[in-house]
Design a protein. Structure first.
Length: 365
């Protein structure tokens, strides 16, 4: 195992995360930022998008950087090219779909992000570029899963590394003072995991998403949008938010935008639906939170010394849960029926009932 970080990587991360909230607002929250936040809140998938939202290579490079990829790095460029070529091959041979020649022969793969962002979604070039990027997204995830299986590394060590990686972002965020009061991480205990598995029949050990959790409290609700923009720019790639695992009953997306006089981005082929359900059946009906699960990318070379299959890239993913609230809501969430003790008691009652009575458990209204 490697206990120390690559100094160059650390300096790069420090430089990247030095972005203050004020600077972000001066530089502008772009359409790609808003689409990313909408995706995070809704729990949708980029595979269902009909177009991307990149306007410059700078935006593409920033997106790649969150994935620990740099276009200036020869090895990273080769990796991106390989995933691109594999995607085109799959598209044409397995799916028997046509990839336009301009896309197939592109030299700088970053150009695909710009072509896929064309507003003319009926354009063959735009459609092909968008399809290829979706395939690249899936293949990256597949290769990362295979790499994690091959690498001789314990889950505990990966969790520790991912936690440290996110908390380094925390330090930079708190220094930049982007309207954040608290930012801390925690691990779900073994007893909590057992209770969760017993409380819900659909849960199995492989679907316990929140072994690693981060909770962020902002000063006001007005700080929520800039915070989420900052997170997807710096802390994690928005395209690896786990679909179907987002819950937002705190603040609707359109209300976030109204604070900064921002217009709602046009539909991206997905129905506009705000997620307003409670994040957990054991939570009180008045409990409010923004909650989502992300696959956080970790560079395998920083956590394991053994050689791995270079064809699979250098990234593995560690799932982490993010809970975001403003200070006023955080206080309310700990009062009365919302208290954590009552939450745990409701869960404990369900576990005991299920163990005693099985399917005959009567759910309380």
């Amino acid at each position: 195992m490697l206990d120390k970080e690559n100094s160059t990587k650390s300096q790069s991360t420090s430089s990247q995360t030095g972005l203050s909230m004020q600077a972000m607002l001066v530089n502008g929250i772009g359409l790609s930022d808003l689409e990313a936040v909408r995706l995070i809140l809704s729990g949708n998938s980029v595979v269902d998008w009909e177009r991307a939202n990149f306007r410059t290579f700078e935006e593409v490079d920033r997106f790649l950087q969150v994935l620990h990829l740099s276009w200036a790095d020869v090895g990273d460029r080769k990796r991106i090219r390989r995933v691109f070529e594999t995607s085109v091959h799959f598209l044409e041979t397995h799916l028997e779909m046509t990839c336009v020649e301009e896309v197939r022969s592109v030299e700088d793969v970053r150009t695909l992000f710009l072509w896929a962002s064309d507003y003319d979604v009926a354009s063959p070039r735009q459609t092909s570029a968008c399809i290829v990027l979706k395939l690249m997204h899936v293949l990256q995830h597949l290769d990362s899963a295979e790499l994690r299986h091959q690498a001789p590394i314990a889950e505990e060590y990966l969790l520790t590394h991912a936690e440290s990686q996110i908390l380094r972002c925390k330090e930079a965020m708190m220094e930049a003072n982007p309207g954040v009061l608290e930012f801390y991480g925690s691990r779900k205990t073994r007893d909590s995991i057992i209770s969760k598995l017993l409380a819900k029949k659909e849960d199995v050990a492989s679907t316990v998403f929140d072994k690693l959790r981060f909770r962020i409290i902002t000063k006001t609700r007005e700080d929520l949008l800039p915070l989420m923009v900052w997170l997807q720019r710096v802390a994690f790639p928005y395209n690896f938010v786990i679909p179907g695992q987002s819950h937002n009953n705190l603040l609707r997306f359109k209300h976030m935008l109204k604070t900064y006089d921002l217009e709602i981005p046009p539909s991206n082929g997905i129905a506009e639906v705000d997620v307003v359900d409670s994040p957990n059946e054991f939570s009180s009906s008045t409990y409010r939170v923004i909650n989502f699960i992300v696959d956080v990318p970790v560079c395998i070379h920083q956590v394991v010394e053994h050689p791995v299959d270079e064809h699979l890239g250098k990234l593995v993913f560690v799932m982490a849960e993010f809970q975001i609230v403003d200070a006023e809501t955080a206080v309310s969430n700990e009062e009365g029926d919302n208290s954590h003790l009552l939450y745990k008691e409701r869960q404990r009652v369900r576990v005991k009932e299920r163990l005693q009575y099985g399917q005959h458990v009567q759910k309380s209204e």
